[in-house]
Design a protein around this ligand. Structure first.
Ligand code: ATP
Length: 514
């Protein structure tokens, strides 16, 4: 685990050193859990967004996009339940003066019991070898059963406490489970309190006339309140979806782990409106489609898992998370929720206006049910970075740091490198670049030795480099180097585009989804 933490630290500093992610306002010592994306970071981020957007809007003829405002009428947040219930239970440790989410402390404790069980099973697997009957072992091993019972009892207590909004019971669980503060090591806890995560500001020029408004904590509500506008003007028929990418803001209590939990972040959300009664089938197919989208990046199926929710929000009838194996464990990257008709019904109630869908075929009006897919751009970005970052031992004893990014997401696709800065090589390189730059992102570099330039490109994940040498001037060929294999081959300039383009554009990725 310590080793994994070291890797994570290296990824964070790599992001800063190579222009991917900077702490916000660094000149003024930073601002908690807010980050800026640098020159390479913004390209990678845009590519992730493009991959998502195109997979939704280009590949589905019944999904369209919108871009709604961050500021919205304050009653929207009353209707959605955020004003009253978008809270996290927080608890302080009096010795370390650190603040924690009480629910996370308990969930971590549940995970500890699960880890103990898995360790027992792994030990037995090693001991018994081929004759190991895992199912039987899980049913009969005393240690496994004991930990399973503790885990289940804890989960039941936790569920009851959360569902009943019983803060005293939540604290009692923390005390009974003897959960200690990882920093102070003590159990000197305060009471549990609810904390609303929305940022508030005011709109209007005079204090008296101003009204309180919120920075949106999710982009979804902008879709709900526009769904009928889009349906009518776009002549959409249920089932149909609306996609949106935009900023969201949450005053997170504990904001750690770099861009995993931020106070200003970006979401990619799609609300799919369906006929009541069909939602569970649609939920299942969106689960599959979204997993396929993740796995098309080629990071390996073993690094993903679903985490089906047992504790459902009262209005939801199914929910799951797609989790990715980060250096600090499997973590949620995306949520898929079957939200029934809760949000639309609430907006009807609070606005006093009918927003029912009229089905032209059956001639009936109804409030559609909604399946939501909601993914954080920044969390997705972190998962990509964590998987791509590698330190490789080379045959000559050197190590190289390389970002094995999927080529379609890489900030720069092709580095154009004249071997030396004279003899007409820079001019030839510029000529090639001027031709290719319309098709994908190219970068010209002439400083330092070729070896150093290759390393720099490896560090930002550039999948291809070409070197222009003296022979190029006569044979019109260049040396093409592959980032992952480091193999070099001589190829005609005229073939460069066709060799590279398919591999580095989003289209190639999208084709895997069909
Ligand atoms: P968590 O339990 O981690 O707080 P959540 O379940 O509240 O997340 P949702 O409300 O379902 O998250 O939001 C959908 C997605 O938005 C998440 O899967 C995640 O990728 C992203 N997200 C949510 N909060 C943050 C945050 N503070 N920083 C970065 N991304 C976030």
């Amino acid at each position: 685990m310590a080793q994994q933490e070291d890797v994570f630290k290296k990824i964070v500093s790599h992001c800063k050193e190579y222009g991917f992610v900077f702490p916000s306002s660094e000149l003024y010592d930073g601002l908690g859990a807010v980050y800026d994306y640098g020159q390479n970071g913004v390209e990678l981020k845009n590519n992730i967004k493009q991959y998502w957007w195109q997979s939704m809007v280009l590949l589905h003829d019944n999904i369209v996009g919108i871009d709604s405002a961050i500021f919205m009428h304050p009653t929207i947040w009353k209707a959605s339940g955020h004003v009253d219930a978008f809270n996290d239970p927080l608890i302080d440790n009096r010795d370390s003066k650190k603040r924690y989410r009480a629910d996370v402390l308990i969930e971590d404790q549940i995970a500890k019991y699960e880890e103990k069980i898995e360790k027992e099973v792994a030990k037995a697997r090693k001991r018994f070898g081929d004759s190991f009957d895992e199912a039987k072992y899980r049913e009969t091993s005393e240690r496994v059963l004991e930990n399973q019972a503790k885990r289940d009892a804890l989960e039941q207590r936790y569920k009851d406490a959360m569902n009943g909004n019983d803060l005293q019971a939540i604290k009692q669980i923390i005390l009974d489970e003897e959960i200690v503060d990882p920093i102070s090591g003590t159990r000197n806890w305060t009471d549990v309190r609810q904390f609303n995560l929305m940022f508030k500001t005011s709109m209007g020029s005079t204090a008296e006339g101003a009204s309180d408004i919120y920075l949106r904590p999710e982009t979804a509500q902008g879709i709900f309140v526009n769904y009928l506008n889009v349906q009518k003007t776009g002549r959409m028929k249920v089932p149909f979806g609306i996609a949106q990418i935009g900023k969201a803001f949450r005053n997170e209590i504990v904001a750690r782990q770099f861009i995993f939990r931020m106070r200003e972040f970006e979401q990619m959300e799609m609300q799919f409106f369906v006929k009541p009664g069909t939602e569970i089938d649609w939920f299942k197919s969106w689960k599959e489609m979204r997993m396929k989208w993740h796995q098309a990046l080629g990071f390996g199926a073993e690094n993903y898992r679903f985490h089906d929710h047992e504790k459902l929000a009262f209005y939801a009838n199914a929910a799951t998370d797609i989790e990715f194996k980060m250096p600090f464990g499997f973590k949620e990257v995306e949520g898929i929720h079957s939200r029934t008709n809760y949000d639309l019904t609430q907006h009807e109630k609070f606005s006093g206006k009918s927003i029912k869908y009229f089905d032209p075929e059956t001639k009936e009006s109804y409030t559609p049910y909604v399946i939501e897919t909601s993914i954080g751009v920044d969390r997705m970005y972190l998962s990509v970075m964590c998987h791509a970052y590698q330190e490789e031992q080379l045959e000559n004893g050197e190590t190289r740091t390389v970002l094995k990014l999927p080529a379609a997401l890489a900030p720069v696709k092709l580095a154009v490198l004249p071997l030396i800065k004279k003899d007409g090589l820079p001019e030839k390189a510029r000529e090639i670049m001027n031709d290719l730059k319309f098709h994908f992102n190219c970068k010209y570099e002439e400083k330092d030795t070729i070896g150093k330039r290759y390393r720099r490109q490896d560090a930002i994940g550039t999948p291809y480099c070409i070197t222009i040498d003296h022979e190029t001037l006569t044979d019109n060929c260049v040396t093409l180097r592959d980032r992952d294999t480091m193999k070099q081959e001589r190829v005609p300039i005229s073939e460069l585009r066709s060799l590279i383009e398919d591999k580095v554009t989003i289209t190639g990725l999208l084709k895997k989804l069909q």
